[in-house]
Design a protein around this ligand. Structure first.
Ligand SMILES: Cc1ncc(COP(=O)(O)O)c(C=O)c1O
Length: 474
């Protein structure tokens, strides 16, 4: 305080009391002489402090009735701020807006033959029988009111039954989310902070990459082959970088369709345990095998509680439902619930409809029917891909999931092909969306489940024609 004039100290003290509300608006200030005596200063000191406060509009004096605290003075005029430019500090711009672009396809090109979206198609709605459950839920009063943040208890019970993992035996180990995308957002926000790193297969589901990059999280890529993530390479990475978690789509991976072998599943889990790094298993395609069922989920093999399991009804039923779930140990789920609380809960109408659908065991026959249809759809698409191998195109036979991951013949550019096909009424996704960087690369992803067989015929004929022409011109 050394050189601060005494009146400034008195002024500061009073100003603080006024701004903090200790001296409320309208309250009376002591007369100068009285305050001077209380503070042990001269009357002049108090007079000066009061004068300053008066000039600044903090206090006012009424003739005969002393001084009192005024309404706060107007804030000094600041230069105009463009509030919208204040958001540049976020990491959002690190990731291209792939999700928005992809979802806009239906509105922008309503008549397009759509091999871009990853879902089971509109033609399965009626056979699923699901609309009747929605209609019945719409008649229930509870559908319009709150349920618990963690999700409708009856739905969580049914999800436990549906998963059938001995590791997840209680609804308390489940949190319902608005799609698995929200689930991944919650998990990532729990486990990692901007600047941290995580590890995942590359290529991988673009929605996860967009999420990680938007949150400022570094993604360390691990290559994969027909047996899934190369766990020998993962081992070196875990030791060096200590990522916050391993994100993996081990079963009918998006976009490649590859499935992690049982040997690698066990290796992955032993690495997770050895380094104490959790695994986030995104199991969206598990039930969508076309031939033999896949190996057990990582969660079903998890002896140490290191696997955080994520799944969704978007691929089993319909993506507009926006219902997914996280299953993990109870302590983790309690923490997730604290975060989920911030968006209150997932829509109740959908949760009730789904709970009753699962309770009636309607999902299993629906999936059996869907798999038969998907098999046919994959065959129709493959019948068009196969002849193109003569030009140098490559693909793997689909064993499950929704996609063909197609390597284009040399000289055919993925983005150019995509744009020309889009103009001719067919949409698909370009492989660079599934990579960290927009590198020139030869892949496209074709979803074989969204369109019925007749539309697949038409769409693939258009693609084949354009691709053949572009190859000839290359
Ligand atoms: C691997 C994977 N995870 C999550 C999602 C998103 O699912 P949801 O609609 O439940 O958010 C997708 C959708 O394509 C996906 O392929």
């Amino acid at each position: 305080m050394g050189r601060t004039p005494i009146y400034t100290r008195v002024y500061n003290q009073l100003r603080y009391q006024i701004l903090s509300g200790e001296l409320p608006i309208g309250s009376h200030l002591p007369p100068e002489r009285k305050l001077a005596a209380r503070l042990g200063v001269s009357r002049n000191t108090v007079v000066r402090a009061y004068a300053e406060l008066e000039v600044e509009g903090f206090i006012a004096g009424k003739m005969g009735s002393g001084r009192y605290v005024e309404a706060l003075p107007p804030a000094p005029a600041l230069s105009r701020i463009h509030w919208s430019s204040q958001h540049n500090y976020t990491h959002l711009h690190a990731a291209p807006p792939h999700m928005a672009e992809l979802l806009a396809i239906t509105d922008t090109y309503p008549d397009t033959i759509n091999f871009a979206h990853g879902d089971g198609g509109k033609h399965t709605l009626v056979t699923s029988g699901f609309p009747a459950y929605v209609k019945s839920a719409a008649d229930q009063i509870n559908s319009y009111f709150f349920t618990s943040v963690q999700g409708f208890p009856l739905l969580r019970e049914q999800l436990v039954r549906w998963m059938g993992f001995e590791q997840v035996s209680s609804p308390e180990q489940v949190c319902v989310t608005s799609g698995s995308q929200e689930g991944l957002y919650l998990i990532t926000s729990m486990l990692a902070r901007p600047g941290d790193c995580i590890v995942t297969e590359m290529p991988t589901y673009f929605g996860s990459l967009q999420l990680f990059q938007s949150l400022g999280i570094q993604v360390i890529p691990v290559p994969l082959d027909q047996e899934g993530m190369k766990t020998d390479i993962l081992e070196g990475i875990l030791g060096r970088y200590r990522p916050r978690f391993i994100y993996t789509v081990p079963t009918f991976h998006n976009p490649t369709g590859y499935t992690l072998s049982l040997v690698r599943r066990k290796h992955l889990l032993s690495l997770s345990e050895h380094y104490g790094i959790p695994v986030v298993e995104d199991d969206a395609y598990r039930h969508l095998h076309l031939d033999t069922p896949p190996p057990p989920a990582l969660k079903a093999l998890d002896q140490a509680g290191h696997v955080i399991y994520l799944n969704t009804l978007s691929k089993l039923l319909f993506p507009g439902l926006r219902i997914g779930w996280i299953a993990a140990n109870q302590h983790f789920i309690q923490l997730v619930r604290r975060l989920k609380e911030l968006s209150i809960s997932t829509n109740m109408l959908g949760q009730i409809a789904l709970a009753n659908y699962l309770k009636a065991d309607a999902l299993t026959p629906h999936l059996a029917r869907s798999r038969n249809l998907y098999r046919q759809q994959a065959e129709v698409m493959e019948a068009h891909l196969q002849p193109l191998t003569a030009l140098g195109l490559q693909y793997e036979k689909a064993a499950g999931g929704f996609y063909f991951w197609v390597s284009l013949p040399e000289g055919v550019e993925a983005r150019k092909l995509m744009q020309t096909c889009r103009q001719k009424g067919v949409s698909f996704t370009c492989g660079d969306m599934f990579l960290l960087r927009h590198a020139e690369q030869p892949y496209i992803r074709l979803c074989f489940t969204h369109e019925p067989p007749s539309q697949i015929e038409r769409g693939m004929s258009i693609i084949s024609e354009i691709l053949t022409r572009q190859k000839e011109e290359a």
